[in-house]
Design a protein. Structure first.
Lengths: 688, 511
């Protein structure tokens, strides 16, 4: 691919334009709503056009069989005689993500003008959204792990600002802080990984004509070096980077922030905490995949990827389990997101970049759709979020209902028509074929069943039965429903890009030739596995409908059907398996105890030693003082009197008003200097 | 050639005398101080910009003083010195701007107040330019005295013990320094930093000490170290700091944390490392443990403070702890290992950048605290506030930028220096580096807690009419915040001059 093309040289504009827009909006005043929304939408719109241009450029390179990656690097600063370079990279991975983020982002921006129409901090909202978009796009094009990390942290900042957007609510302020700190736990490991990688390879560029940190030469070095516990440096660094990814993508055990992040406005949940930012962790693993998989041979894998697979699979099941017993419409979706991110991680670890990334893309569309649909429901029910107080909304909110159903079926993996089916099935298939263990596969298929179940439960309670709330539900305005409809089209249509017969997405990401070949379906074991997965989905849908749809809930205060069946299990699930309580009882306590200890040491131990020392000096000081006041001050005061009588410096007296300190100090300094001179002189003479 | 550095040091001293004459006329005294501060800022900016990229000493002034005693008037700056001049000038200007003529602080004997601030600046300038111990020490002490009186006379309740503690503590450090250098003089007959560093580099310093005074070079190193360890500070020599920072009038705290704390780091770089590299290497492990303690315990102690000024006092300890960590980590024999050399270079680049960044950010944070203080009637307890984003969005937004700079957010100044420090320390001392990253996490927790408790949550009735920043105040702070952003995005602006200096310094004492 030709690096001298305009779009490659100016790829930085894609993140820069929304950032500049954010800066301009920051200068606007609260009432300038139209201007702020126009700047944000206009900025991201231009980025979308540029992203499409970048995408078509990669596409044309691919179809002409050329090399599809080009990077532009520049020096940021110098360390010693070395140049520390930053840069950006355009390849299929980045191109696909750029288009997805700008497109979904733009829809959500437009939706937000409706959703946030009555918020007094409307302008600030668009400032933060724009900054988010810029930073997120920066993550995508970074050709340097540190640059990626920097954008990554700014993304974290905007997530923090937007979760705490309604700052007057203590719960929102607390959730924002929790999100930032939990992800930062992962990030300090990530930072160590960066520092280590930099120390070992001398560069942080991903691609640099063979000299990059994830190109074969550097990887060979990393593989030959050994860290502790029999790991190679490559594995250790890979694991540290994955810790950062796990924090951002809500993987166990750093998932606790993501459900709380739902305190933010719903468009934020859709854009940041479902479609894009939380997927950044998955993208990071995909970006450094050569490092994660360094040393793997056919039929085996690396320690790093094994860890990714297991963490992902456990998270996938965990999220699905907990989602079953939640009653907040957004929290159900949040746990669903946690779970789906786990699927993506398993996809990356067992099937490679394309399989994980395809689910990322389809999920971005249908999960954004679900969140925006939930926002529409919340909006229509006058800020009600509890599904027990909804019901029967399919009549009053037909567009929302239809589009939401599409999202729900896509997420559940309803066969053939919906994109989620194809992308999830590819992951399940890859996990099945994984040579190391069948464990992740088993966890994933249980999760698949539960996914269909909890989504049916939610849809049945929200849209079927009779309305159980006290508001007057109404359909949302066009500015909100049109984005829903567009997203619904993609939630269906995208599946076509990833069928076994026409694996467009995989071929594109891996830059391989593509052909339509229905023989793709005849791979051994593929169809039976698909049938099995489909069966599980139907069981989940059926169970959900049996328990919640056939006999609609009429009393919002009645215990849940599952709660009646098994109160203990239900309370564990509803309590989210008590991770938060566990952390409160352990890490947060240790933190408080150590902070107390640090303060105690300060006050008692160090402070005590100092007091003891100073007490012993007090005696000496008393002696000094008496000498001072008897002799030195006496002479000084006399001198001052003489100055006054001779009409000396008036201002000096002003200082003289302050009790003796200044005077004795000055004299003291002079004496000290004199002493030093005298000692020095005598010693000097000895030498001379 | 014009004696630029002498002029630079003289301007605040002369202006200080003039301010003193202004007596009780606060506006005039402050006006004089502002003019002096602005002109020194311009001059030091010019010095910074006209430094070459050789990394060697520039603007050198030399004159005999007391030749028989090896005392010479010898001034000069390299990238390190010039950057510190610039920082001192910026922080002084900010401190003067924060000392409002109608405030309680400046209304009591304003002439003396501004005179002392200017004298302090003069002391800082002298310290950062002197290349002869005698001369350097004079200014080192000279900066201490005005600081003492500023705390003693204008501080908050409880200022007396705080001022005394500050003075006694630093004085102990100074005595240790003085004794060590007198011993060095006896051994070598020189007070000149460059001569002494040259002797250390060619290996003749330790034998000289040995032959004149016996095997005490390690003790001399520890004496010098103590002087600087108190000033920075290094735990456990820090207990003066929280009391001093919280009791000092806030503009003075800006000077203490923004500029004076850098004197200690500067001394370590200019004197301790070049002269006593071998000796520091011998005690490297305990020093690294103390530096790690400083980073982690400093941050942790900040987490339980109730007073905002104390919180950021401890946070200051934490931030300068990274500098100490890096300085001690690089104190080891390099040999010809280029990988180690590169790590040392990265670490020192980071240290010097961190000095500037921390000075800028900490001074800015205390500036905001002074605004908070004057609006809340002096109460800076963290429980006193809440929900301020509502009545004062600009204040919270701008202070938020400074706070996130302190947190080390990429895109703002603090991140690059901390990254470089960890890049340098990791290969040389991976365990202290690993433990110290905890400091980054705890600092984030502390700062976000401040934001949560002060800016967010419900707004108490009494702050419903909390006044936002005036446009004049915004104008003061906007350039500082802009500088944070610029340095975060284009660190080469500083590193371009610092990096050659670091290479020069390292070439001098590498062994």
């Amino acid at each position: 691919m030709n690096a001298n093309v305009w779009i490659v040289q100016n790829l930085w504009l894609i993140p820069a334009i929304p950032m500049v827009a954010a800066g301009l909006i920051a200068l606007l005043k609260q009432p300038q709503r139209k201007a702020s929304a126009s700047l944000a939408i206009g900025g991201l719109g231009i980025s979308l056009l540029l992203a499409i241009s970048a995408f078509t450029h990669v596409l044309s390179a691919w179809s002409s069989g050329a090399f599809t990656r080009s990077a532009v690097n520049f020096t940021w600063f110098e360390i010693g005689t070395t140049h520390f370079q930053l840069g950006w990279v355009l390849d299929p991975l980045a191109a696909v993500m750029l288009v997805m983020v700008t497109f979904v982002g733009l829809l959500i921006f437009i939706y937000s003008t409706g959703y946030m129409a009555h918020d007094e901090n409307f302008t600030r909202f668009f400032c933060f959204l724009s900054l988010f978009a810029g930073a997120m796009l920066g993550v995508l094009i970074a050709n340097n792990l540190l640059l990626l990390f920097m954008c990554w942290e700014i993304v974290g900042l905007t997530s923090y600002l937007l979760i705490g957007f309604w700052y007057h609510k203590p719960s929102a302020a607390a959730a924002a802080k929790k999100a930032f700190l939990t992800t930062r736990v992962g990030d300090i490991f990530f930072l160590l990984g960066i520092v280590w990688l930099f120390s070992q390879t001398g560069t942080l560029l991903f691609y640099d004509n063979g000299a990059g940190a994830i190109e074969p030469a550097a990887l060979a070095t990393l593989l030959s070096q050994h860290a502790a516990l029999g790991l190679t440096a490559a594995t250790a660094i890979g694991l540290l980077i994955f810790a950062g990814a796990a924090g951002k993508s809500g993987q166990l055990p750093l998932h606790v922030w993501l459900p709380d992040a739902m305190e933010g406005p719903t468009p934020v949940s859709a854009l940041i905490h479902a479609a894009t930012m939380v997927a950044a962790g998955v993208y990071l693993v995909a970006r450094v995949y050569p490092l994660m998989s360094a040393g793997a041979t056919p039929g085996s894998t690396t320690v790093a990827l094994t860890v990714v697979a297991w963490i992902g699979a456990l998270t996938a099941l965990f999220g699905a389990l907990v989602a079953v017993a939640q009653n907040d419409i957004k929290r159900i979706l949040a746990y669903s997101t946690v779970s789906q991110l786990g699927y993506m991680m398993v996809g990356l670890a067992t099937g490679g970049v394309a399989i994980g990334m395809f689910h990322l893309i389809t999920h971005a569309f249908f999960k954004a759709l679900l969140f925006l649909g939930a926002g529409s429901v919340i909006h229509g029910c006058h800020e009600e979020q509890d599904i027990r107080h909804m019901g029967g909304l399919r009549k009053s909110m037909p567009v929302t209902f239809l589009t939401y159903s599409v999202g729900m079926l896509a997420l559940s993996g309803f066969p053939i028509v919906f994109s989620g089916f194809w992308s999830k099935d590819a992951i399940v298939g890859a996990a099945f074929a994984w040579p190391i263990s069948k464990g992740p596969f088993v966890l994933l298929i249980i999760g698949a069943l539960l996914t269909a179940f909890y989504m049916t439960r939610q849809v049945a309670q929200v849209f079927f039965g009779s309305y159980r709330g006290h508001a007057h539900p109404h359909e949302s305005p066009r500015v909100m429903t049109v984005p829903l409809a567009i997203l619904a089209v993609f939630a269906v249509g995208l599946g076509i890009l990833g069928t076994p017969a026409w694996p467009w997405f995989t071929s594109f990401i891996e830059s391989k030739p593509l052909a339509l070949d229905f023989a793709g379906f005849s791979e051994p074991g593929l169809l039976p596995l698909m049938a099995f997965a489909t069966l599980l989905v139907f069981i989940g849908l059926g169970l959900g409908w049996m328990l919640y749809g056939r006999k609609p809930v009429n009393d919002p205060h009645a215990p849940d059907v599952l709660q009646q069946a098994s109160p203990v299990v239900y309370s564990w699930l509803a309590g989210r398996l008590f991770w938060d309580e566990l952390y409160a009882a352990t890490i947060l306590r240790w933190y408080a105890a150590l902070a107390w200890l640090a303060d105690f040491l300060d006050r008692r131990l160090w402070g005590g030693i100092v007091s003891a020392v100073s007490a012993s000096f007090t005696g000496l000081g008393w002696f000094n003082k008496s000498v001072d006041s008897q002799w030195i001050d006496g002479g000084f005061d006399k001198g001052c009197e003489e100055l006054v009588t001779t009409g000396g410096v008036l201002a000096w007296l002003q200082a003289g008003r302050t009790p003796g300190y200044l005077r004795s100090m000055l004299v003291g300094l002079l004496v000290l200097a004199g002493l030093a001179l005298a000692i020095g002189a005598s010693l000097g003479q000895v030498r001379l | 050639m014009m004696p630029v550095l002498t002029i630079l040091t003289a301007i605040p001293a002369v202006a200080g005398a003039a301010a003193l004459l202004a007596g009780n006329r606060a506006a005039i005294a402050r006006g004089i101080a502002l003019v002096a501060a602005i002109s020194t800022l311009l001059l030091s900016a010019w010095v910074w910009c006209s430094l070459g990229s050789s990394g060697a000493m520039s603007f050198v002034e030399r004159a005999d003083w007391v030749p028989g005693l090896g005392i010479e008037y010898h001034l000069g700056v390299d990238g390190l010195g010039a950057l510190m001049l610039l920082l001192s000038a910026i922080v002084t200007l900010m401190a003067i701007a924060a000392s409002r003529p109608n405030s309680k602080i400046a209304s009591q004997q304003p002439g003396l107040y501004f005179a002392l601030i200017l004298l302090l600046q003069s002391g800082l300038f002298g310290t950062f330019t002197a290349l002869n111990f005698f001369h350097w020490f004079l200014f080192w002490e000279l900066s201490l005295i005005p600081a003492f009186f500023l705390i003693k006379l204008w501080g908050a309740e409880g200022r007396g013990p705080a001022a005394t503690q500050f003075f006694v503590y630093t004085m102990v450090g100074s005595v240790a320094l003085l004794l060590a250098f007198l011993a060095l003089f006896i051994a070598t007959g020189s007070f000149d930093f460059q001569v002494l560093a040259q002797m250390a580099a060619d290996g003749s310093l330790t034998p000289a000490i040995q032959s004149h005074l016996g095997p005490i070079s390690l003790w001399l190193a520890l004496g010098v170290l103590l002087g600087f360890a108190v000033k920075v500070p290094l735990m456990p020599f820090h207990t003066w700091l929280p009391a001093t920072y919280s009791k000092a009038p806030t503009p003075v705290t800006m000077l203490l944390t923004g500029a004076m704390s850098k004197m200690g780091v500067y001394g370590l770089l200019r004197l301790a490392l070049p002269l006593f590299g071998h000796e520091l290497a011998q005690v490297r492990t305990p020093l690294l443990i103390l530096a790690t303690l400083t980073v982690v315990a400093g941050a942790w102690a900040a987490a339980v403070q109730k007073d905002l000024k104390r919180i950021f006092a401890y946070s200051s300890i934490n931030h300068l702890g990274y500098c100490l960590l890096a300085i001690f980590a690089i104190a080891l024999p390099t040999g010809s290992d280029t990988a180690v050399q590169l790590s040392q270079t990265a670490a020192l680049d980071g240290v010097i950048l961190q000095m500037f960044n921390h000075g800028l950010t900490a001074a800015a944070i205390f500036w905001f605290l002074s605004m908070l203080e004057s609006r809340s009637g002096g109460n800076l307890a963290i429980d006193n506030f809440g929900g301020l984003r509502k009545p004062a969005p600009i204040f919270c937004g701008l202070m938020g930028i400074a706070l996130f700079s302190s947190l080390g957010l990429p895109g703002l100044n603090g991140f690059v220096s901390e990254f470089l420090i960890f890049r340098g320390v990791w290969p040389l001392a991976w365990l202290p580096a690993t433990v110290s990253v905890l400091g980054l996490l705890i600092t984030a927790a502390v700062i976000l807690t401040v934001i949560q408790r002060v800016f967010s949550g419900p707004l108490p009735e009494k702050w419903k009419t909390f006044p936002d920043l005036t446009s004049g105040e915004i104008l003061v702070m906007a350039p500082v915040l802009l500088l944070m952003l610029i340095l975060g995005l284009v660190p080469q602006l500083v590193l371009g001059t610092v990096n050659p200096t670091v290479m020069h310094l390292l070439a001098g004492w590498r062994y």
